[in-house]
Design a protein around this ligand. Structure first.
Ligand code: ADP
Length: 476
């Protein structure tokens, strides 16, 4: 089967969050048995230099070359450059639209840039004549609308990674979608008087998936549907939740070159201790006690991640022996509060502002617990990375977190500590339970259990395969 994925992110080239990791690891697994292609934008600053094969493909279909609008002329000068990565063929969309960017999101004209990328992905799917076209999130959603209107429709799947970001733009900005080469009727995509790319994807795709069964359920009502729950309910029978897997080569304490000492479920006590010492030294806090619980937090500092609740719980539980290491950037107010805590309580709290892949691995390896206070979480990856690193996750009961972490009273089934979402008091009690668990020998059983959990893609890959088969059946 030939599968083309269209995405704005792909690890290690462009990564802003879980989408990059999920797609890179899924495609690596799919490539063991299928022909797998990925279309992604070529921005000026990539995380790694691509291994180009020298082959290139147009970004405009021959029949669309006839007209002479601005859109067409930009696409005429754009192209896909083929590269290879671990058995997967990558197609970098080279265009003046993306070339000047050093990061993928947050720039003006996103409505135009991603619409053009979506057209180009649609064009590539037709040229490569793939069996399945799989688009991810709003950035590539319009390609599904183009696919649906196409004479030669390719069976399609749309994966929602985060419904909070919908690519909704004022209508006056999106008039070009009615013209060549798009020729789209955009009124069905209207939502709150705006043209909503996410809605276009939901209505146009053959099949829809999201990244956990728990999140699927939550998105079909408000507030987690972010206004689009009615569309998802309309498509309920075509909508599946498939939990993300993790890349067990990239995130593996037995092989990880980014951490201070590799370890397994046999020698984790010594391994984690060495990693804690190494981390404390690296962050300039070598005086911190290594026999007190270390709690790691990593993530984009956005509303979704629920950090204000953590701040409240932290202050109310100052008497606990926990140490905290936080890595992230985003909301300036949250950054300011974290810097303030870092300055005020240097023996308890450390904050690193920024994006740092290698520090993320070191925190996972060194921490005893990993805290995720999310208000909503489509899947979440760090709780699964934490499991394999023997780091007990403390998570809110939402989305993919509730699908992957269970606070059972029966020890063999306990895989973490779970608290109620958006509830600082419940989070405070969770921090207390973490202290109790740390001081009890039950912790050894929990750590050994979680290190043996299997979050690999082997099983999930089959679930995607079954969705693909159903999408193909729709077209027969
Ligand atoms: P989301 O996609 O909502 O950001 P996920 O938990 O699905 O959340 O994935 C986040 C991924 O990005 C994880 O691999 C996490 O370690 C990584 N990450 C987030 N922020 C940072 C950061 N500041 N430095 C390094 N890695 C980060």
């Amino acid at each position: 089967m030939k599968i083309l994925h269209a995405s704005a992110e792909y690890f290690p080239y462009i990564k802003m969050g879980g989408l990059a990791d999920m797609l890179a690891s899924l495609t690596k697994e799919q490539a063991k048995s299928e022909e797998v292609y990925v279309a992604l934008p070529l921005i000026g600053k990539l995380g790694k230099s691509p291994q180009y094969t020298g082959k290139e493909y147009p970004a405009l279909l021959p029949r669309d070359r006839q007209t002479d609008s601005l859109v067409v002329s930009v696409l005429k000068t754009s192209r896909f450059l083929e590269a290879e990565e671990g058995g997967v063929k990558l197609y970098f969309f080279e265009s003046e639209l993306f070339q000047p960017l050093d990061s993928i999101y947050g720039h003006a004209e996103e409505h135009f840039r991603f619409a053009m990328f979506s057209y180009a992905c649609y064009c590539l799917s037709q040229i490569l004549n793939v069996d399945i076209f799989h688009a991810h999130d709003w950035h590539t959603a319009l390609s599904l609308a183009l696919q649906k209107d196409s004479v030669k429709q390719i069976p399609s799947v749309f994966t929602i990674h985060n419904l909070a970001y919908q690519g909704d733009h004022p209508y006056w900005m999106t008039g070009f979608l009615k013209e060549e080469p798009f020729r789209l009727i955009t009124s069905p995509f209207e939502h709150n008087d705006k043209c909503n790319y996410m809605k276009a994807g939901i209505l146009s795709a053959g099949k829809i998936t999201t990244v956990s069964p728990g999140y699927r359920e939550e998105t079909m009502s408000e507030p987690n549907g972010f206004g689009l729950s009615y569309c998802l309910r309309q498509r309920e029978s075509d909508y599946t939740g498939i939990l993300n897997g993790i890349d067990s080569e990239e995130w593996n304490p037995e092989k990880d070159k980014k951490i201070f000492k590799t370890y397994s479920s046999k020698d984790w006590k010594e391994g984690k201790l060495k990693n804690k010492e190494g981390l404390y030294k690296e962050i300039g806090r070598p005086f911190l006690p290594t026999d007190t619980p270390l709690i790691g937090l990593i993530g984009r500092l956005t509303y979704q991640k629920g950090f204000p609740n953590f701040l409240q719980a932290f202050l109310s539980r100052r008497h606990l022996p926990h140490r905290y290491v936080v890595l992230g950037s985003g909301d300036p107010e949250t950054e300011k509060s974290f810097f303030h805590l870092s300055d005020t309580f240097p023996d308890v709290f450390y904050f690193y502002k920024g994006y740092n892949e290698s520090l993320a691995h070191k925190i996972e390896a060194a921490s005893d617990f990993f805290l995720m206070p999310s208000l909503f979480e489509p899947c979440g990856l760090n709780q699964m990375y934490s499991h394999v690193y023997g780091t007990i996750p403390i998570v809110s009961r939402v989305g993919g977190l509730r699908d992957t972490v269970e606070e059972s009273n029966l020890l063999p089934y306990k895989t973490g500590i779970v608290f109620e979402p958006n509830d600082a008091s419940s989070l405070g009690y969770a921090l207390e339970r973490a202290k109790d668990l740390y001081q009890s020998t039950d912790r050894y059983i929990v750590v050994e259990n979680i290190m043996n959990l299997n979050w690999s893609w082997e099983k999930r890959k089959k679930e995607y395969q079954s969705v693909y088969t159903k999408a193909i059946e729709l077209k027969i």
